[in-house]
Structures are given as C-alpha cells and as structure tokens.
Design a protein around this ligand. Sequence first.
Ligand code: ADP
Ligand code: ZN
Length: 617
Amino acid sequence: METELFSGAGESDLAGLLKRFFGYESFRPLQEEVIRDALAGHDTFVLMPTGGGKSLCYQLPALAKGGLTIVVSPLIALMKDQVDALQEAGVAATFLNSTLNAAEARLRLAGLYNGDYRLLYVAPERLMLPEMLERLSEWRPGLIAIDEAHCISEWGHDFRPEYRQIAELRGRFPETPMMALTATATERVRADIVSQLKLREPKRYVASFNRANLTYRVIPRNQPLRQVLDVARRHDGESGIVYCASRNGTERLAKRLEGQGIRAVPYHAGLDADVRAKNQEAFIRDNVQIVCATIAFGMGIDKPDVRFVIHNDLPKNIEGYYQETGRAGRDGLPADCVLLFNASDVAKQIGFIEEKTDANEQAVARNLLQQMVHFAETSDCRRRSLLDYFSEAFTDENCGACDNCLEPKETFDGTQAAQKFLACLYRIRERSGFGFGLNHVVGVLTGADTEAIRKWGHEQISTYGIGDEFGRDEWKVIGRELMRLGHARLTSGRMSVVELTQEGSDWLRGKAPLELTRPVVAKPKSRERRSRSERAGEIECDEILFERLRELRQELAAKERVPPYIIFSDVALREMARDCPATLEAFGQITGVGEKKKAKFGEGFISEIGAYLDEKG
Ligand code: ADP
Ligand code: ZN
C-alpha cells in the first residue's frame, strides 16, 4: 500500500527520504555514515547519547531498502509510541508484544506475511520463540536493529537475561546486517555488546557525549521547594522532571508543588502499576507539568521536550547523573539541568555506603560518590568535568552553558585556611595515633564541645578552635577541596577518615600560596542571571504564537489519542512561530514537516497562524 511512495527512492537519495518522511533537512552527526554502512550490509555498533538520534539510524535504511527491518527493544511501553510516531510520518510500522490480544496479533502477522510493513518492533523474548524465528526466516529481514543493546551486558545497569538469547540471531541470519545501539558509554559494556551479539567486524560509531543544548548548574540547596518553583516558573508550562532520593520525597514534593498551583505527579516503584502508568501518561501528554520521581523513572520515556531536569538530592554517581539529565532537551532545544546540592547529602550517602557489607563494593561506591561530589563542588567547567568522566576531552576554555562558565566562582587566597586544616589533621594524628572523620576534624577546628573531642583530648591540641573565620559547613567545603587537590584524602576503610597525604605534608613545609574556591554555603540565592544570549539550539520566535500553536497541537493530539510531540515537536512549532508560513509549500520547509504531516495538518496550522497575524494586525 505504501509502495508508490517508495518508487525511485534509491539509497543515494537518503536526504530526500529524510525530508519526505521525517521532515528533516540534514542528518545529525554520524547518522548518515551509520545508515550507509547498514545499507552496504555491514554490522554496525552505534554509541550515541540520549537525544543523539539513534532511531533514525535504522528507520531510514528500512525506507531506503526493500524488506522488513526488525527492531528489538526491551521497552514494551514505548513500542506503541514509536510506531504511532512512524505512522504519523507515513511509515508503515507495527509492533508485536504482550499488550495485543490474539485477534490483533493475528491481523498484524497477516500484514507481515503480506509485506505491508517496513518496520517491526518486537521484544526479545517474543522474537526468540521458535515459531517467531520460523516466520522471520520467511520474511527475510533486511536489517536487525538491537536497541538498548547494553541490556545484553551484565556489566550494564540494566541487564536483561532475555537479551542473551538474541546472540543466536547472528548465526541464524548470516546474510542480514545487524545494528546494535546504546547510550551506555562504559568501555566494558561496549566490548561486551560486540562480543555477545557476535557482530561481524562491526563498523563502530561513537558520537560525542557533549549535549551542547543542556545548561548545567549546581545551586546550594536551602529552600528546595522555592528553588524548584523558581525553575518551574522560568519554564512556564514546560515539562520537567525532579529527581528525588526517596519515594516519600517524590510524593511530598508533588503535593507541595500542587499546593503552589503547579501540576505535578509522583512516580516511583512503590506505586501501583496503574497509578504509575497513569502518571507517566499524564506527563507524556502534557496534562501535568512536572513529574517528581525516583530514578525508577525515565528509561521508558521518549518525550523529546523535557525542558528541565532538577536533582533535589545528590545522585550516587556521575553515570546516573548524566543519564538522568540526558532526558532533558532530546529535541535539541535549550534545556536546564539543575543540581540542588547540600553537603549533608554527602554524609547521608556515606552512611548508606557504610551499611554495605562487602568491602570491595564499599570502596567502589565511595570512589564513585567522590567523583560526584567533585562535580558538584568543582569551580571548573561542569561540562568538561562530565565529559572527562567519559574520557572525552572538552577543550573549549568556556562552554558558555554551565554556571561556572557563565558566572565564574570567586576564589580567595586559601593559604592560611589550608595550613590550618592540614595542620589540624597532623596534630590529631600526632595526639591519637590515627585519623578521624571530616566532621570531627571540622569540630576541632571550630572549637566544638563534643563528647568525642573530650574523650580523645582534642580540645587540648594547638589547632583546637583556630578556625573561627569559617563555619562548619564552609570548613567541610574547604576540606573537600583540599582532598580534590590531593593534599588530603579519605581512607577507604569501614569508617572513612581524613588523612594528610605526602603531598599535603610537603606543602605544609613549603606553604606555597594556594587559591581556593570561596565556599558558598546555602546562603540566600541571589537572583539568577538569566542568560538569554545565544544558547545552543535556541530558536527565537513569537512566544505568544508558539503558545497558541501548542494549544492547537494539544487538541489534535487528544483527538488522535497520541502524545502531542508525535504530532509536531517543539522545534517544528517554534519554527512555525518564527517563519509564519502562509502556504503549504512554505509550511513544508519547517523542520519535522514531512509529506504526510504537511497534507494532514498543514491547513490547520496555517490558518491558526493566519488568524493570529490578523488579530495582531
Ligand atoms: P535517541 O534514541 O538517540 O535518544 P531519538 O532517536 O529519540 O534519539 O532522537 C531524538 C530527537 O531528535 C527526536 O525528537 C528526533 O525526532 C530528533 N532527530 C533525530 N534525527 C534528527 C535529524 N537528522 N534532524 C532533526 N531532528 C532529528
Ligand atoms: Zn562550562
């Protein structure tokens, strides 16, 4: 039925297919190379961050080439959305999973035998059923794409045993190119994917993990509700996720936001499945603005227009933080990532770590946490710090989209402070023969009167109470910065203590001048400067018209029973509100407007734009 659409579309006209079906003018980095390799019959391995545009890598070959493309995905909940989106774009796609009743499944199978479809989405456990494999042989798939390929690796964060069976596919379909896609960056998982799937001399593509349209900020948490509200109000009506450490925390925050007139729902693994599904649906369909969630939320959503991600509590590690913030701004428009940081989170997390019984696990967790804290407290570019974690160099001096680059932190001559802190470590050890935790050290410096200090006689050492120029929290920040600089370190035993390092004692002898970051501790937040200047991905447009077009989109989406972003992305709406197309031809120039959407929605949007311009005069 779709065949006329394909006539004459050879693989050389990839750009034509891209515009015709998806309405895009150009490829994202690496997409075209991956597509050409797949079409040439090579196995491919594609590592792209969230929002990098992985889906297109297998969707376009499916259009350029005859036959059926099989997409293996573990995310059953997403399949319907993905297929809906393809159908809206005029691509014949379908899925098979446990949500279909027998009659519906039979109908789809008949269509598949008929050659009606270009893409079939299927979960691995279903694909690997013997009868399904038989059918597959008859359909002669042109490409097999394994999405979320890290699920095959036990080293990944999302291992699924059923993925292991997919390994058989390579032997069964020796002629069919396979494509493995993932956003998980660790080297070990990458290597594991390639060997587990038995990819044949795969062409490997690794995209940059820099998400240029995301702005990273770390703000000292003092009034979390107000701070979340600030961000939400700056993004009036736009979608956001607030990650909280506890289930209770998500529910409490959602209630409080509701109390302030912001539509918010909680999401965590302890909610009933139907409540969870309902809340997720409300978020995806733009019926609520914010979802307050534990890290259980995110894998199963594809929403491209999440405009902010806030972390209300400190994440356990950078990998998690990167994945969670990565859910913002998939569409490429600017989005904000805000980490509300309070030093008390560190102590809390260390407490959890100390509950672990396995010493090795403890050491790993502590090390990961330390890197996370480093990210939170660094005065260097946040982007560089993140990319550094993934061994990717970011060489620009100033990224222009993180708090430290936009509003550089003040530094001060910390020579004296460092001297006091390090000398205190030395004296404590001299007195007691071993080290103490950061809290204790800071207590000694600030002259605290605690039982432990009296018990060990630390009120008698010379550094007791010499640090009254800073508060306890400020001293902790200074202490952690000195650890980052290598002058002190946290031991990795069961009770971690702060020790002077060799470097630290050398420095104490010479006392070369030392710049430290001025500690900012939960002091009332100064009005944040809103940097409107050229954010990466920004599309300036008539904001009032944009709002009207969003409303129109919402109505259409409700009528079609699909999420609004499946009708048009925010990128498309912003371009419409900028270019104000008055003809179908002009409308067709908008990013995301392919042939089918032009025919289906063009008139409606053009007349809405016309009406607005008339009213405006
Ligand atoms: P990933 O799966 O890597 O997270 P997606 O495939 O969901 O990324 O793509 C992210 C967003 O980018 C989607 O909204 C998609 O429509 C859009 N996109 C993908 N490729 C292009 C392109 N070449 N031009 C414009 N937008 C694109
Ligand atoms: Zn920066």
